[in-house]
Design a protein around this ligand. Structure first.
Ligand code: UGA
Length: 471
């Protein structure tokens, strides 16, 4: 059995909160620190502010036992040997990551160090942040002997974050000496030794006692680069398939077939080759921009990333045009919208392509009825209900009497809708699917005018729609 550590996690956003709860789950004592008092009291009462599978159960399992929430960073630092920094690194105006929260937290931690501490950056940060944190701590009068700074990036996806943490593809620890390496390896030991998976109530996933996650130990700089490079690479895969989808439309091929054909090559892999309306979320858009900025600062021209970003915004514009091609004019047209979150399985709408598109359709004079299984409350805060925008209680209500139904988020439950009911609910049976959720032939067989991304028939269907609507 591994040794129990006391770990302070600073920042209880998606990454911090999931990491904190998961560290408690694998046997450690965790103090979760946030400067937002209402969030701290909500979490202390066992309320989870985000939509994340397994998180409520695990919080209930460990609350008042091995996880506590506080605003007191000083006390948390003093009680813990390991301090994990998971505060936000928003995008600044230049595209670079704004590190002011990391800087502020580093100074505060420094003022509380009286014995050895390992400070671990988990926030997504540019290469060299590690050195800056060390400098800030030293500037506050702490001797080099009393601390190390390590990088331990997180690769969890929203919606599956808990399982991603506990069943990681890999655990990366970036350290510059063995003292830090020993401490970090020890806290992950329940996962890397496989002992966690022996427990009957372990969260299920792909890892097991005989196939535990590998741990890669690198330099701090390499770990920082691994995080940015991983996200940039995945975003690049999405932009790549999105351009291929445009090619498919022009050539009359099916991008789903092409994607499968590419993805079965073991060197490429099938994941992140799903064409759609572009990537969104709190990570890819911000991290691609920050990585491009880092490269620029280091004198490296990473023009490829500029293309990735350009293709991503172009993908939204193309979808907008696709809807126009189906409806001809926008003013007064009623659109049913399925999906607001930036992807399925989450209530997060940050940088969601769906929100962008809805704002554009509203600007053009459309009347929208929207539905999302999890993200409606959050969306209401940025797009409040109005004379032209309402929120439906289910997908069929969103579709009622609409001139067309748009699918903007890849929620599995949309793929399982009763198509006959949908058909008679819509004013015109037009479905414009930005996530390729439906089988194209089936939609056509059921009598829909069906437009999707990178699949044949779009042009023929477009013409059919136009001729249907012409006087
Ligand atoms: C992403 C990474 O996948 C995680 O590994 C990383 O830890 C995380 O960012 C982070 O840096 O914190 P996440 O933002 O939760 O995770 O979402 P993804 O599942 O990666 O999806 C991102 C966007 O790409 C979504 O809008 C999704 O709809 C889109 N996407 C994804 C596609 O359009 N096609 C695909 O094939 C895959």
């Amino acid at each position: 059995m591994s040794e129990k550590s006391t770990i302070a996690v600073v920042g209880s956003g998606y990454v911090g909160l999931v990491a904190a709860v998961c560290f408690a789950e694998i046997g450690h004592n965790v103090i979760c620190v946030d400067n937002d008092e209402s969030k701290v009291s909500q979490l202390s009462d066992g309320e989870v502010p985000i939509f994340e599978e397994y998180l409520p159960e695990l919080l209930a399992r460990h609350r008042n036992k091995s996880i506590a929430f506080t605003t007191d960073l000083h006390a948390a630092t003093q009680k813990s040997q390991i301090i994990i920094v998971a505060v936000g690194t928003p995008q600044s105006q230049t595209g670079s990551a704004d590190l002011s929260y990391v800087d502020a937290v580093a100074s505060q931690i420094a003022r509380s160090i009286t014995e050895y501490k390992l400070i671990v950056e988990k926030s997504t940060v540019p290469v060299y942040t590690n050195e800056w944190i060390s400098r800030v701590i030293e500037r506050n009068g702490v001797s080099r002997e009393l601390f190390d700074v390590a990088s331990n990036p997180e690769f969890l996806r929203e919606g599956t974050a808990v399982a991603d943490f506990l069943h990681a593809d890999r655990i990366v620890i970036g350290v510059d000496n063995e003292r830090a390496g020993n401490v970090l390896r020890a806290i992950y030991e329940p996962l890397t030794s496989g002992s966690y998976y022996q427990s009957a109530d372990a969260v299920p996933g792909s890892r097991s006692t005989i196939d535990p996650p590998p741990l890669l130990q690198t330099s701090t700089k390499a770990a920082e680069l691994i995080k940015h490079a991983s996200n940039a690479f995945l975003a690049m895969k999405i932009s790549f398939i999105n351009v291929v989808s445009t090619l498919c439309e022009a050539a009359g091929a099916d991008v789903e077939e092409v994607s499968k054909g590419i993805g079965t090559d073991g060197r490429i892999g099938p994941k992140f080759l799903k064409a759609g309306i572009g990537y969104g979320g709190s990570c890819f858009p911000k991290d691609v921009a920050a990585f491009r900025y880092v490269a620029e600062q280091l004198g490296v021209d990473f023009g490829l990333l500029r293309e990735v970003e350009k293709i991503n915004s172009e993908q939204k514009r193309r979808f907008f045009q696709k809807v126009r091609s189906a409806l001809w004019t926008f003013r007064g047209k009623k659109l049913g919208v399925l999906g607001l979150a930036f992807k399925g399985g989450t209530d997060d709408i940050r940088e969601s392509p769906a929100i962008d598109l809805i704002a554009q359709f509203l600007k053009e004079g459309c009347i929208i009825s929207a539905y999302d299984p999890a993200a409606m409350e959050r969306t209401k805060q940025v797009l409040p209900p109005s004379g032209t925008l309402s929120y439906a209680k289910d997908p069929y209500e969103a579709a009622r009497d609409a001139d067309a139904l748009l699918v903007l988020t890849e929620w599995q439950e949309f793929a399982e809708l009763d198509l006959d009911r949908l058909h008679y609910t819509l004013r015109y049976p037009i479905v414009i699917d930005g996530r390729n959720l439906f089988d194209r032939e089936m939609m056509v067989r059921r009598g829909f005018t069906y437009l999707s991304i990178g699949r044949p028939g779009a042009t023929q269907v477009k013409n059919a729609v136009l001729s249907n609507r012409l006087p």
